[in-house]
Design a protein around this ligand. Structure first.
Ligand SMILES: *Cc1c(COP(=O)(O)O)cnc(C)c1O
Length: 374
């Protein structure tokens, strides 16, 4: 038996869309790029969408686009995928970590203001696992101190918060389309914003620093090749047509897990979300407080040995080896993040995961937990 941790949802329509591009002479910077950007912007509700080759590139274009550089600070969470704060390091800016709320696992807004100083340029909340961060206090603090809000929405395409879509709440957002995300382009990402200037600079940065409408060999600034091919964009357009179905299917899988786990005393299921629609990225449970990392790792091993994909989302960023070396971080720096991170288990989660497989996963989990004897 094997139940994967994640799996993309690729239809015949997706395959046909990709093949159709291959039958044209324009494989990059063509009509599918323009169409994909227009449709993402319409879906998220921003004026601009700039498609790039990864979520990491999208975050980098934002940091660079705002001119955030050496000596500048950006307040963010250590409980995230490493790319969110790496984007700052690319520009020699400093991620300033703030601990999380133990229930939502998102940045704790009550701890943000004490981290603001005269070098702070922006706040980067991450909508972890698809759950929107507590945005109202973040919006208030950003306005008060004149800071940009960069939403790392890479895990939250389709999430709404008080009538707005994730990515359209702050000044700009980044999405990612790696195959484990809600929808995929194979690899890919996008910057969304209402800011004309940021959009222009991001377009230039992704295309070797070329100017808007400028000549092919006129480079106005140091840029990159962060382009997303029309092949990828065609897949994105086709996937985006089904995003509402994807979000719905994932909510249904999550609901069923929560139901199956209701009587499992040893684990905490994700809490309800009350601010709109939550677009689920992964389904992450947590072992109860009395358990530690050794027991969590034993559960991961047990699941894997039964052919069930699982993972510890996330290892805190500040404890990654090169962050320790660069900044001198150690255990104890962000105790809530560390305590949560020691006990998380991402269970198999994707659109077409069957209820039978979900039952198998939960039965295996119960079995392994019983053997922990606590
Ligand atoms: C996936 C992800 C990214 C980066 O996306 P890539 O496309 O893999 O570069 C950034 N931040 C978060 C929180 C993510 O989950």
């Amino acid at each position: 038996m094997h139940i994967q941790l994640s799996s993309p949802d690729i239809s015949q329509q997706d395959i046909d869309a990709v093949v159709a591009v291959l039958q044209t002479p324009t494989l990059s910077l063509g009509p599918k790029l323009v169409e994909f950007e227009r449709k993402i912007a319409a879906y998220v509700g921003t004026r601009h969408a700039v498609a790039v080759n990864s979520g990491t590139s999208a975050l980098h274009c934002i940091i660079r686009g705002y001119g955030i550089s050496g000596g500048d600070e950006v307040i963010t969470t250590p409980f995230s995928f490493i790319a969110s704060s790496n984007a700052m390091l690319f520009e020699q800016a400093k991620p300033v970590f703030v601990d999380i709320d133990p229930v939502t696992m998102n940045i704790d807004p009550q701890r943000i203001e004490e981290a603001v100083n005269n070098r702070t340029r922006a706040i980067m909340p991450v909508h972890v696992f698809g759950r929107a961060a507590d945005m109202q206090p973040i919006l208030d603090i950003a306005r008060k101190h004149n800071l940009k809000i960069i939403e790392d929405s890479c895990e939250a395409l389709g999430t709404s918060w008080r009538g707005k879509m994730a990515g359209a709440i702050g000044d700009c957002g980044a999405f990612a389309f790696y195959p484990n995300k809600q929808m995929t382009t194979g690899e890919g990402g996008v910057v969304v914003t209402d800011d004309d200037e940021l959009a222009d600079v991001a377009r230039s940065l992704r295309n070797q620093g070329r100017g808007t409408g400028g000549a092919w060999l006129a480079h106005e600034r140091l840029g990159y090749n962060y382009r997303l091919s029309d092949i990828n964009c065609a897949l994105g357009i086709s996937q985006l047509e089904r995003i509402d179905i994807f979000v719905q299917k994932r909510a249904e899988v999550a609901r069923h897990y929560t139901q199956l786990l209701a009587d499992v005393q040893e684990v905490l299921a994700p809490p309800p979300y009350a601010e709109g629609t939550m677009s689920w990225f992964v389904y992450v449970i947590r072992l109860a407080d009395r358990f530690g990392m050794a027991e969590r790792d034993a559960v991961l091993d047990g699941l894997r040995s039964r052919g069930i994909g699982c993972n510890n989302y996330f290892t805190p960023i500040h404890l990654q080896p090169f962050y320790r070396r660069m900044f001198g971080y150690a255990e104890g720096n962000f105790p809530i993040t560390e305590s949560v991170a020691q006990r998380t288990i991402a269970l198999p989660f994707y659109n077409n995961l069957t209820q039978d497989d979900q039952r198998t996963v939960v039965e295996a989990l119960k079995d392994i937990l019983a053997s922990l004897k606590r």
